[in-house]
Design a protein around this ligand. Sequence first.
Ligand code: BT5
Length: 258
Amino acid sequence: MSVPPQFTLDSLIDETLWLDEVQSTNSFLVDRTTAGSALALSWNQTAGRGRLGREWVSPSGGSLALSLALWPELVPKPVTPEWLGALSLVTGASLADAIRPHLSEPVRLKWPNDVLIGAKKVAGILGEVSVDGRVVVGVGVNVSLTQDELPTEGATSLTLHGFQPVSQLQRVISAFVGGLRDTLKGLEGGLTREKRAWVAEQCDTVGREVRVEFPGGATRNGTAMSLDDTGRLLVHFDDSNLVEGVDAADVIHLRSAH
Ligand code: BT5
């Protein structure tokens, strides 16, 4: 196997830390006191975390774990759950924008935190707040995993869709980090109409019939209509005549509503 690339993003963030092996790049930055922005990366994350206690699997050498301790001046005080919800969406949209020029297939978002190629997940996002109010956003990207190395049936990797060579990854990551920094300027009050449109137009969930799975185990079917300014998914549920905002939940795509 060729050696995966390492790089620094000195012009964008204060510190870049490549870790040979780490349990979780998110936990590493959440536990570490840093005054400014920091980027922790590893090709060998052994206990990656997803949302709601789930696991993120990063087969060694082929899946990049990346966490960013955000620029303190771009983080609101206090951090609200609504802002964190919007952060997840704009992180996904910034990553999708950075990947798209390198692939011929559509790169889309699945609400609330997945980046898809076709219908398969190539990256997942997890935003967290440390006890002292710093915000860490983590991204797992399947870069060069082969079909046999994919951890789930619903997963894919960049190179399976023609991303070559892997050394171009530095350009993708620096476009992503630079794009995210620009996007966070002006996010204090939530998603502006312009940012909402930018996310919604690349979000595969909007306009679909969906099954919403709530944390307690309940499920409801409906049509995903749009997003609100905190990034909630607005769903017209089949069992009511109301459009309701959904924040913490999982969504299964059923079919296009059109
Ligand atoms: C996520 O959670 O998708 C957020 C993943 C965030 C991972 C990054 S890696 C850097 C940083 N450090 C961490 O410890 N975490 C962050 P969620 O929506 O809950 O999705 C988790 C589900 O995705 C799992 O239950 C699997 O079904 C699936 N999955 C796990 N590993 C995957 C992979 N490598 N590729 C695609 N799907 C995966």
